[in-house]
Design a protein around this ligand. Structure first.
Ligand SMILES: *[C@@H]1O[C@H](CO)[C@@H](O)[C@H](O)[C@H]1NC(C)=O
Length: 440
């Protein structure tokens, strides 16, 4: 009986924990900046925006009610409280639902959105056929979210019947690689996926995907694909592709770069188009390659005290800048000490975009207490990791012999003395016998 009741209690606890876990992953309530253009007075060019706090209640099902316990904070205007139905549950990811009282909060911005046909070559086919525009007559919002783990970004287009506060997600675009780092020459996948509401009349007319690269004023089209006509736009970018099967089957619009190059570092924008709608996520890619080091001359020449040796350490093939170079010396006693940075050269950039830089060390063997020598090491500290290269320094040292050396010398002297004695005795002895023979 006691066994049975224990099992019973344990299962009650287990069920309770299960319910707790479920409620732990329930859809969040996200605070969001509602940003819109200031209503222009007299239609002047204002360009200014207003920013208000808003609150988004997320649910996956239009039937489920928002619980009463989720009251809006007092600093939020009740007119800016929205209910968003997200059947794909993209916004219910734990990254948007940090534990209560946590300092980190997801970033969110929401704006009014105006559906319109696109004139871009790879999107235009989506709005060729006349489409009932009545569906478009509604309140549309575009929102972007970034989770607390900072690798998850979501952008949504939502629709609500005019004047209501209950929005449905019609299109969402997600990336799980908001900032990616890779080494030179490696294949890169920048994640981007989309979900579209299959019950929307806009769904049947196809989609388009566009990847754009942007950095400090420089922008280019990496890839553009019209999913309706199954056509890729002409681009100059080599080695960039999509998984077309995954794109059509699962909405996987990830960009695959076959081989990372330095010029690939920058911002990538994944844009997914439905007829009249678009949503986009921007992510960062950084190519980080640590340097290769070489020391000249290697090996170092034998040095006598008072001589100055020039040692050059050359770091090449690294990206991005900066790089810190320094020198270390490790003596016969095993202790390591710094020899400073040496004199650094400026950096040079090679054809493949990687950098090289060097530092020259003047090793004054008399000023430094280098003993009999040791190991001279060049240390390069870089975002891609720390690299080291070493050469051996041999100092010729004149010094008084140690006790062991003296004793060895005495030993050698004694042995030599004995040997000489023995040889001379042998020779004089044999000479005598010869003379004896002659006398006989
Ligand atoms: C999307 O495609 C990329 C490239 O083929 C792949 O690495 C990734 O795992 C895919 N993602 C999903 C969710 O299927």
């Amino acid at each position: 009986m006691t066994n049975f009741s224990t099992i019973y209690k344990l299962s009650v606890v287990a069920v309770f924990c299960f319910i707790q876990a479920c409620s732990g992953s329930r859809c969040p309530m996200i605070e969001c900046w509602f940003v819109q253009e200031k209503a222009g007075r007299g239609g002047g060019l204002t360009g200014a925006t207003t920013q208000e706090k808003s609150l988004l209640h997320i649910r996956t099902d239009a039937e489920s009610h928002i619980s009463e316990s989720q009251q809006a904070p007092s600093d939020i205007n009740p007119n800016r409280v929205y209910i968003i139905t997200d059947p794909a549950a993209t916004l219910c990811h734990h990254s948007f639902n940090p534990p209560r009282g946590s300092i980190q909060k997801p970033h969110c911005e929401i704006n009014p959105f105006l559906p319109q046909p696109s004139s871009l070559k790879w999107v235009a086919s989506l709005t060729e056929s006349a489409l009932s525009p009545i569906y478009l007559q509604a309140d549309w919002f575009s929102a972007s979210f970034q989770g607390v783990d900072e690798q998850l970004g979501v952008s949504t287009i939502t629709r609500a019947p005019t004047g209501t506060k209950e929005h449905d997600v019609i299109l969402s675009v997600t990336s799980k690689t908001m900032s990616a780092t890779t080494r030179l020459g490696e294949p890169v996948t920048l994640d981007c996926g989309f979900w579209a509401d299959s019950s929307s009349p806009l769904f049947t007319s196809g989609f388009a995907v566009e990847w754009r690269y942007q950095t400090r004023g420089d922008g280019r089209l990496v890839l553009a694909y019209d999913g309706k006509t199954d056509r890729l736009a002409d681009t100059l970018e080599e080695g960039a592709t999509l998984d077309f099967e995954g794109l059509h089957k699962r909405g996987n619009a990830s960009l695959i770069l076959q081989e990372a190059k330095v010029r690939h570092s920058g911002t990538y924008i994944c844009t997914v188009y439905l007829p009249y709608l678009l949503a986009q996520v921007a992510m960062e890619l950084e190519i980080v390659e640590p340097p290769s080091l070489s020391i000249h001359p290697s090996p170092l020449p034998l040095s006598v005290p008072g001589q100055t040796i020039n040692v050059l350490c050359e770091a090449s093939g690294f990206a991005p800048l900066p790089l810190e170079l320094s020198w270390e010396f490790k003596g016969a006693d095993g202790k390591t000490r710094s020899l400073g940075t040496g004199s650094m050269s400026g950096h040079r950039q090679s054809w493949d975009g990687t950098y090289s830089q060097s530092t020259r060390l003047e090793l004054d063997t008399s000023k430094l207490d280098l003993g009999r020598g040791g190991e001279v090491t060049c240390v390069a500290v870089h975002a891609g990791g720390t690299r080291r290269a070493s050469v051996t320094l041999n100092n010729i040292v004149f010094s008084s012999p140690s006790i062991e050396d003296s004793m060895a010398m005495v030993g050698v002297a004694l042995v030599l003395y004995g040997l000489i004695k023995f040889v001379s005795w042998t020779f004089t002895g044999s000479d005598k016998t010869d003379e004896d023979k002659k006398e006989k």
